[in-house]
Design a protein around this ligand. Sequence first.
Ligand code: ATP
Length: 506
Amino acid sequence: NDALMEDIVGLCKRRGFIFASSEIYGGYNGFYDYGPLGVELRNNIKQAWWRDMVQRRDDIEGLDSTIIMHPNIWKASGHIDSFSDPLVDCKESKRRYRADQLFFAPVILDGENVGYVAFVEGTDGASIIKRAKKLRDNLDKKQSKLDEAALSSDHTEFTEATDAQRELTLAPDANKVGTLTAPRAFKLMFETKVGPLADDSAVAYLRPETAQGIFANYKNIVDTGRVKIPFGIAQIGKAFRNEITPRNFIFRSREFEQMEIEYFIAPDADWKALHREWIDTCTDWLVSIGLSREGITEDIHPEDKLSFYSQATTDLMYQFPHGEQELWGIACRSDYDLQQHQKHSGKSMEIFDESSKTKYVPHVIEPSLGVDRTLLAVLTAAYTEDEVPNDKGKVEKRTVMKFSPKIAPVKAAVFPLLKNKPELVEVAEKLYKKLQRRWNVFYDASGAIGRRYRRQDEIGTPFGITIDFDTIEKDGTVTLRDRDTCEQRRVTEAELFEFLEEQIDG
Ligand code: ATP
């Protein structure tokens, strides 16, 4: 749904959630900056995760390791040798693509499938047909009929390349498509140099995942004596990947942030049951921050697609504006990483298990989630256009971000009904200052009250608090407005604080 993505990107820029990085220089592909509301939303997502996964659990410890680490870590983890994506170049347009981003339209000649035209999402039908005709003409000058019906402008009928098609089409000798180079491995890690010597010994990498920082510190944390199997180590932090084609707004960028856990278990533990438990925990957490359960599906990686050390991987998929895509990967990685580090560092990665009185290198379950992808999922779930009565009783269209109060960037807005009545302003400002000690709240005295509500609806502020004449003349109660239902009720200050606490921090 391109229109939805455009609406979300537009709102994010207009209201100060997300900007293209280096925008005054024309932007920088694959990099994004978070504005005043974006940084609040982002922090709230991270804090909710940290609170639920680390602070409110007894079996998980936190960590904050560095972005640049000893290069041997990436040797041991396998990233230096194999962290790459297959890349193809288009000889005509000189553009680069990740091989798995290509779609293939079959070209039929005399009822026989003679090849495929490769194209990327968004290519218009006419140009695919033109390319297909050229291919056919090259193959056979006979005026056979090209199956144009199969090349309609609706691309949904073309499936993503199967491996067989990709091989056929991209093999250098097949030359069926003619315009694409054979796929080659493109290294995804960003390189840099550390120290004054600019030679090869100075090469280091920006981490492409936070997980290896956890494995590298596993021994330190075990030695602090705070943990016993099963236990987890959690980390939130930046990761960098030189993606061939960053796209879909913040879904795939070159600098992003991850929230990862390595959950260490005994080698003979029922890992399937624990994996299932983690899948459920992760799903419930996404629901708790406002994603709908129906929008989340599980993609179980088929066994023959797993890396040799991996026992199972299930991705939690979410219905993003550009389709159903991976949000959270939950992998059972056996003892592969710790064994690798044990081998390369020469340090024992064994732990003594008090309950079974045995020593072993534990296995891990790894739930790995992107902050930015979560934020895009949250924006997608929240974005709503509806119709509500305005203050004159007329029905009005509005855009409203239905963020959960837990993660909403602004929790409540305080409005004095009129800005030229000092008695109202004074009470409103006092309440605002009091609320501000606890939460990120907003004060707005300007414009008609309906317009002020609408401005807050658009940035997803869940509660509006209005100070009116009843507040100062009668009982001190204020009007509390609910963003989603627009319902209003009068509450005392004590009731207000109790309600907000339950909604925001509960
Ligand atoms: P993809 O197949 O989409 O490239 P991946 O399988 O390589 O993702 P992992 O290595 O499993 O991803 O990374 C774990 C999580 O980190 C992903 O589920 C996603 O939420 C996030 N992530 C990975 N790459 C990016 C990126 N380029 N931009 C934003 N988030 C990312």
